[in-house]
Design a protein around this ligand. Structure first.
Ligand SMILES: Nc1ncnc2c1ncn2[C@@H]1O[C@H](COP(=O)(O)OP(=O)(O)OP(=O)(O)O)[C@@H](O)[C@H]1O
Length: 599
């Protein structure tokens, strides 16, 4: 394993501006989540407005109190104190309610978005996953979603509530005294202007910081994924140096980001301080001139922050949006990718299909042909062995059958009709694959076999396990078929995993069976009984067998020998051996000259 591909995690994507993002279809898709939770938003905004009303009442009651000072009648003082107490209780209750709603909204939106993204990732074509490291997808699901969520959950509702507060509080202060009102109102726009300071530097530092986070996820994902290779190749120090380098960058960029943010926040607070000083000075002069009472000045001081807040928040929101854009750009790019359409097309009829490849050409990489001029056919219900050296294109043929990729030229047909005329779902439903790459899910043995056909009965699962020669070792496990396999089947041997994957395929009850090195990890005896039983449970299937072992190949009705994506020879095993061609020399090399075993 090389640590080089880690740099993929830092790949740059084209930058989207804030405004083009606001027009982005996917961004609107995400905003449509907000619609679903509109009552949460209405409640959160409503409770925030009630809190503003309470603040206004508090300021006005203070104004009345200080305007009466020092000769406050006893009865009035008692009433005023009661009003203050009620406001305090009201504020406590609504602050609690507001936090409660926000937390419920936050979690609901996050889980909804994660579900949407994972659903989308699953529906993307296999080519996306083959060309993107899984850690990148995990990073999208976690970090970049988190950043986008902060904007969607918190900033959106503040953007609605605070302008309304601004209007009410602004009008109130103007009514106290136009000059004081204007000073308070002027602070906000000045704060907005201050957001221009170091704006570009802030965006750059945020992007650098995001990249570091992506690298951390990438390194952790790759290391844990390939932990056996890391250990067996003693790469621990290599990984550690990589993390140390990321740590160095992470600390440097974080300090840079914090410094820039601090300078921006000092500049942003400056108009507020100046407005306060100007307001006190002018307020004192107005008091001396008898234009306002002491209460007017108190109301000004109490509400100053409330008038400036919408603009301050707008500044923060723009900053957040910039971070969201920078962090969520990749999220939106992935969400914008076209999903596989698996439902359009006709259904593949039950029963073993005939399969044919007619002059098929395919390439993964422009200019490098993987399959070319490839033609062969398999009559319904018969079996074909695909044989050839490593990299010849055998697994690619299977990928075309699954429609993970489509050929560039030529046609693949099932029952004489082009594969593209069938709904992908209906074709995949009728196919089963026993692959050399076995993936077992974290769960019990039974659950792992049931993956083949969700909803299968316990008896059906046990029957499949027996046919796959898996039942003996399953029975010996501590809890039999209900034993936990552990993450990725780590507690089982390769041969045992292979037998579970065979059981899964048997349970699937498919009509097109693909066996990709199905017995590579089985001992000779188990392989022999697997071959025997295959005739029983797969008798009604069309079978494609990819194999290197002659014992597996010779059971096939027909053999196609492939090299460099082309059919080099085809025929029965006996015909190919008697021809003294590529298949025979390939087999002689494989068997050390003992090809006579076949006859
Ligand atoms: N996702 C991919 N992207 C680019 N090239 C690929 C991809 N998958 C396979 N290839 C290339 O296509 C060629 C055929 O690969 P394929 O896996 O089909 O061979 P194979 O005959 O099944 O090999 P093996 O017997 O080793 O499994 C190889 O050169 C391989 O490197």
């Amino acid at each position: 394993m090389s640590l080089q591909p880690l740099s993929k995690g830092t790949s740059e994507a084209p930058r989207k501006s804030v405004f083009s993002l606001l027009k982005d279809r996917t961004f609107h898709d995400l905003l449509s989540i907000i619609k679903k939770y509109k009552w949460y938003y209405v409640s959160a905004v409503g409770s925030q407005l009630l809190l503003t009303a309470a603040a206004l009442l508090f300021a006005d009651t203070s104004r009345r109190l200080f305007n009466m000072a020092p000769n406050v009648p006893r009865g009035s003082l008692a009433n005023i104190l009661l009003v203050f107490a009620c406001i305090a209780v009201f504020q406590l209750v609504f602050t609690f309610i507001n936090n409660w709603i926000r937390s419920a909204l936050n979690e609901s939106v996050v889980y909804e978005m994660r579900r949407n993204i994972l659903g989308h990732l699953q529906r993307l074509p296999l080519s996306f996953h083959e060309h993107n490291h899984s850690s990148n997808s995990v990073n999208i699901m976690h970090n970049e979603l988190e950043i986008a969520k902060n904007f969607i959950v918190f900033d959106v509702q503040r953007l609605i509530a605070l302008p309304i507060s601004f209007i009410f509080v602004g009008i109130y202060l103007l009514s106290v005294h136009p000059m004081l009102g204007l000073i308070a109102i002027a602070i906000g726009p000045l704060q907005m202007l201050s957001s221009l300071v170091l704006k570009t530097k802030f965006k750059q530092a945020a992007e650098l910081q995001n990249r570091v986070t992506r690298d951390v996820f990438f390194t952790i994902g790759e290391t844990l994924h390939g932990i056996r290779e890391v250990k067996s190749n003693q790469m621990e120090n290599n990984v550690d140096s990589r993390m140390a380098e990321i740590q160095q960058r992470g600390v440097a960029y974080n300090v840079l980001l914090t410094n820039i943010s601090t300078i921006r926040s000092i500049v942003k607070d400056l108009p507020g301080h100046l407005g306060y000083i100007a307001g006190i000075g002018i307020g004192a002069a107005l008091m001396a001139a008898g234009e306002i009472g002491a209460g007017g000045l108190v109301a000004f001081i109490t509400l100053l922050d409330k008038v400036a807040e919408p603009f301050t928040v707008l500044v923060d929101t723009i900053n957040n949006l910039q971070r969201s854009v920078s962090g969520a750009r990749r999220l939106y790019e992935v969400m914008d990718m076209a999903e596989e359409d698996t439902m359009t097309g006709q259904s593949l009829a039950p029963g073993a299909p005939s399969v044919s490849f007619d002059e098929v050409a395919f390439q993964y990489v422009e200019g490098t042909a993987t399959l070319q001029n490839l033609s062969f056919s398999i009559p319904a219900g018969s079996s074909l062995a695909l044989v050839g050296p490593s990299g010849a294109g055998k697994s690619t043929i299977v990928k075309l059958l699954y429609r993970f990729y489509d050929p560039e030229q030529g046609t693949v047909t099932l029952n004489g009709k082009p594969l593209e005329s069938y709904a992908i779902h209906s074709v995949r439903e009728r196919m089963a694959l026993v692959s050399q790459d076995i993936f077992l899910f974290d769960g019990t043995v039974a659950q792992n076999i049931e993956v083949g056909r969700p909803g299968a009965t316990r008896d059906e699962i046990i029957r499949a396990a027996k046919l796959a020669q898996a039942y003996d070792f399953i029975e010996a496990l501590p809890r039999g078929i209900d034993s936990e396999i552990g993450e990725r089947g780590i507690k089982l041997s390769h041969g045992q995993k292979q037998r579970l994957s065979i059981a899964r395929a048997i349970l699937r009850d498919a009509s097109l069976l693909i066996l990709d090195e199905p017995t590579s990890a089985l001992d000779v005896e188990t392989e022999a009984s697997f071959q025997r039983d295959l005739g029983e449970w797969a008798s009604n299937c069309t079978k494609i067998i990819i194999a290197h072992r002659l014992s597996t190949i010779r059971e096939a009705d027909f053999i196609v020998f492939i090299d460099q994506g082309e059919v080099v020879e085809s025929g029965t095993a006996e015909q190919l051996l008697s021809r003294n061609g590529r298949f025979r020399s390939y087999w002689e090399k494989q068997s050390g000259g003992m090809y006579a075993e076949i006859t």
